[in-house]
Design a binder for this molecule. Structure first.
Ligand code: SF4
Length: 205
């Protein structure tokens, strides 16, 4: 098994290439490339959608209110970014006005996400929001219907190196749906993170 430092070194080579990327028009409006955060961890990886305003300004995924909520969800089961989770996005540059990524943009940016998955080879991948689900699971279904379910590696439309996957709600969606009542999106998220922790605890590495 590779050490964290070895994984970081490989990721840095990809990051360097990404920093000067002009493969799609989003390079024209970005302030920063948003490559990753957290720890290169062969257990758990979270893939989000695309950078928003704060991510673009800071060059870091999941900051601002959505990032704080994500950290709170992690903390409820004892996870921290620094120790337990590698975080990245489907796209590395912000689409204008936070619109959904276009198919051509996703295709152009895929080489970086592909490399991140290939280097880390995580045992569990969390697909955070519809854009991440579509990129990895294709037309498996909308997030509301399929969240909280485990998907085996064979169900991915790309090579995920044996990872099992769970779609989860994006924290931005949870911010827009504030109820904590049983059956609400927030309540479901709190069930899902507990299931994720149970699976994480079973991993030997
Ligand atoms: S979104 Fe991806 S492919 Fe497009 S310019 Fe940014 S890094 Fe390159």
């Amino acid at each position: 098994m590779e050490t964290t430092e070895e994984l970081r070194k490989k990721l840095n080579e990809i990051r360097e290439k990404c920093l000067s990327c002009r493969k799609c028009p989003l390079f024209q409006t970005r302030h920063n490339i948003v490559f990753d955060d957290g720890i290169p961890n062969q257990k758990l990886m979270l893939i989000g959608e695309a950078p928003g305003y704060y991510e673009d300004m800071q060059g870091k995924p999941f900051v601002g209110k959505a990032g704080q909520l994500l950290d709170k969800i992690f903390a409820s089961v004892g996870f921290t970014r620094e120790r337990d989770v590698y975080i990245c996005n489907t796209l590395k540059c912000r689409p204008p006005d936070n619109r959904n990524p276009l198919p051509d943009e996703k295709e152009a940016c895929w080489e970086y996400l592909k490399a991140q998955i290939e280097i880390i080879k995580p045992r569990i991948i969390l697909l955070c929001g519809n854009v991440a689900v579509q990129s990895i699971l294709g037309s498996a279904g909308g997030i509301t219907r399929i969240r909280g379910n485990w998907f085996p590696p064979e169900s991915a439309i790309v090579d995920v190196y044996g990872a099992k996957m769970m779609p989860i709600f994006h924290p931005s969606y949870l911010l827009r749906n504030d109820s904590r009542e049983k059956g609400s999106p927030k309540w479901l998220m709190w069930q899902d993170i507990q299931e994720i922790k149970r699976e994480y605890d079973k991993l030997a590495v």
